[in-house]
Design a protein around this ligand. Structure first.
Ligand code: CMC
Length: 397
């Protein structure tokens, strides 16, 4: 009581007790609800993982079927949201379109506004929460697909609720389609694995933003839009786009040493390297590297992989990076997969945002249902001027 600790950038502050995701950054361990990420990536699928994250247990058969059915039957977005999206510039950044459209969705579901239902409906009613959770998980891939179609100047496609989550997403993109607009099954599975890996990562910047905004008891569309804005930044989910632009700039393996010299002189930042928590190889990066080779077999080897491998090889044996425990993170290889799959570079952060919605929602539920929950309101250390008197403009220098 009364003691304030100055902790810039929350480097040492725990603001929640959570049962969702466990990370041991020194050992390179990541588990969702106790299940190792490697096992989930191999055996599970994204929709099952989203259930696990949000409700705490793996679903049984009946629960899983109800869950996936509900989500797939909420994939249509309001026609006015589509109209709104059509008004963006043709070259609008897909992540900007994504954030604005999710935010706009709250206005098309006015019953989602807690002010109309006694303010704390999300705190007290599991039905009210699940209704919006299912809608958000269903609609997010559709909004993302419209962003993509808009970006490439093509008409939007409607969802197909009888398909799997990633299959339907690729179908709406009509990207990498084979017969009857159906996506390649192996690529849909590769994307599903990427979605599992990106689904949650405890209190990263965007998830902390989700909890922060959610603590006001606002509707989850507005909170997800805020969390997605945090994800957009190049130090967070925008890093996959930044990595690819960096690899393109380096161009070939021979240029790697010179680029790393610039990093060591602090003129540049090595994108896709380093992490607040991992001081060891990011376990997700290891799995993603494997997925990259599987995707390359279908889509062709992305030549920039040679630059990435050389960067990793030299950095991991260089004192500067070893001393600071800088290892490749999740964004280092994901961009190469997306590039090989032919996605536009500015669409990469959206591919991160879609699955992270389930993590945000899991944290939203956990935080607002905590009986001791309060509005988040950090303190500051004021270091500005003391009291002074107003000076009329004509007397100012
Ligand atoms: N390139 C060069 N130097 C780095 C990097 C990097 N990517 N990351 C950290 N360092 C250095 C940093 O300069 C500092 O050195 P010194 O102690 O001599 O000043 C030391 O390593 C510690 O770094 P920090 O800035 O205190 O670390 P942080 O926890 O504040 O930042 C980070 C974490 C992820 C923002 C940072 O590592 C970074 O900017 N990485 C590049 C962007 C990136 O790949 N982001 C994706 C993160 S993973 C997935 C996600 O969240 O989206």
């Amino acid at each position: 009581e009364g003691i304030r600790v100055y902790d810039p950038a929350y480097q040492n502050t725990a603001v929640a007790r959570s049962k969702i995701t466990e990370i041991d950054g020194e050992a390179g361990v990541l588990r969702y609800r106790g299940y190792p990420i490697e096992e989930l990536a191999e055996k599970s699928n994204y929709l099952e993982v989203s259930y696990l994250l949000i409700f705490g247990e793996l679903p049984n058969k009946v629960q899983y079927e109800r869950w996936s059915n509900e989500i797939m039957h909420h994939t249509y977005i309001h026609i006015r949201v589509m109209e709104l999206m059509k008004s963006f510039n043709y070259d609008a950044h897909p992540m900007g379109m994504f954030i604005s459209s999710i935010s706009a969705m709250s206005t098309y579901h006015p019953e989602a506004n807690p002010a109309l239902a006694g303010n704390d409906m999300y705190k007290v009613s599991a039905t009210a929460r699940t209704k919006q959770i299912v809608r958000l998980l269903g609609k997010v891939p559709t909004v993302a697909a419209c962003c993509y179609r808009h970006r490439i100047g093509r008409p939007y496609n409607y969802p197909q609720s009888n398909l799997g989550y990633c299959e339907n997403f690729l179908y709406m993109l009509d990207h990498l389609s084979e017969e009857n607009y159906m996506p390649n099954a192996k690529l849909a599975r590769a994307l599903d694995v990427l979605f599992i890996l990106h689904a949650d990562h405890e209190l990263n910047c965007s998830t902390a933003a989700m909890r922060h905004i959610g603590s006001t008891l606002v509707d989850p569309y507005s909170a997800v839009a805020g969390a997605a804005s945090a994800l957009y930044g190049p130090l967070h989910g925008g890093a996959n786009e930044a990595v690819l632009r960096m690899l393109e700039e380096i161009g070939k393996p021979e240029n790697v040493t010179e680029f790393l010299e610039q990093v060591k002189q602090r003129k540049r930042r090595l994108m896709g390297f380093g992490h607040r928590i991992y001081k060891n190889y990011d376990p997700r990066a290891r799995i993603i590297r494997q997925v990259a080779y599987e995707v390359f077999e279908i889509c062709g080897r992305e030549p920039l992989i040679e630059v990435a491998i050389e960067l990793e090889r030299i950095a991991l044996s260089d004192d500067y990076f070893v001393k600071r425990k800088l290892y490749p993170n999740v964004d280092f290889y994901s961009g190469l997969i997306y590039k090989s799959m032919g996605f536009p570079t500015d669409f990469f952060p959206v591919l991160f945002a879609i699955p992270r919605v389930s993590g945000w929602l899991a944290h939203w539920v956990e935080s607002i249902t905590n009986p001791a929950a309060k509005i988040w309101r950090p303190r500051q250390v004021y270091v500005g001027e003391g009291k002074r008197s107003y000076v009329p403009m004509e007397h100012r220098s």
